[in-house]
Design a protein around this ligand. Sequence first.
Ligand code: ADP
Ligand code: MG
Length: 373
Amino acid sequence: MKKPDNPFVLNTYHGKAYFCDREDDLLILEEHIKNGRNVVLYAWRRLGKSALVQRFFEEIEDSGDYETLYVDFLSAVTLEDAVKELSQAVFDRFGKTKSGINATIQKMISSIGASISFDPVSGVPSLNLGLNAQGHEEQSLQALGEFLNQRKKRIVVAIDEFQHVATYSERNAEAMFRTWVQKFPSIRFIFSGSHRGMMAEMFLEKNRPFYQSAQLISLGPIPLEKYTPFIQGHFAAKKKVISAEIIELIIDWSRGQTYTVQLICNYLYAQCQTVKESDFHRVRADILAQQQAVFANFPKMLTKTQWKVFQAIAKEEPLQNPLSKEFINKYQLGAASTVNTAIKSLQKQELVIEDEGIYLAHEVLLARWMARL
Ligand SMILES: Nc1ncnc2c1ncn2[C@@H]1O[C@H](COP(=O)(O)OP(=O)(O)O)[C@@H](O)[C@H]1O
Ligand SMILES: [Mg+2]
């Protein structure tokens, strides 16, 4: 991997040197996987689930005993999309061998109703996922599972944003995946997702196919005492200085959300030799100003009440009782029942979350922007 221009990386994983802590989570993951347990990894958005999985995969691949497969269901809105994502991931990972396309891959490809074409110039193969894949998802999953199962090394499959499976119109989609997982007991699975509520329901509700089928890991923010030396270390390597006090301010303002901390540090590292508190204030204002165009769309996507309630939650952070007279009167939100309906809808859209009894606007930067309106 190329050395990044700025040590505070903003897109997934760039190697161990730019990855802070998570040592305990890594140990737990390893312990589960090496003992035949599947894992559910859940956390609020942008805390570092995907990066952690990549970090873990790098480590177990290096050990030489495992092969890993990472699939993201973020954009898979139908069951067919999900199976296509999986097929593509399997092909990208295992299909392009030095010796060309071998018989096992050939067999798997025809079983999933796909074909291969070769770039006329480079000769690089690519997968064409046929239209006849629809309706044959179960067979395709079977073929993909068999293919993975016959690999010599142990296989770990991570499916990111797995909660999407629960939203597919095919009512048996969840059960189909569950059966698939059960059919290949020697393949290990990591299911990760940012919709904490949905992930918890899928794995903790008795009548759901995945009920108690995996070990739950809930990822929290990186602790201050780990993040501080990490940040200071990268600054110091370029003879730059940032105090522990300012780092604490950054982490507070970011609510510990890894992405936001990284973003602010990325700017400060680029702009300052010795970071002053005023630099932090300037950078956070600049970041919010840049997001203005995106954030300005939110009121258009919500009803008037939802927007008012959403904004009030951001301003009032940390809010404990959104139905209290005090809160409702302060922001003139109307009847408690209306506020209640609005909150339910905001929660369903994951714009508002409830974390240990506190109501929060999920997206930190959006929350900070709304609080200033
Ligand atoms: N341990 C870490 N150290 C440094 N940066 C991290 C770490 N974990 C995540 N990041 C950064 O934080 C951002 C969000 O992480 P990501 O894994 O995409 O979150 P999630 O999958 O939970 O939404 C990314 O930009 C990633 O580079
Ligand atoms: Mg992710």
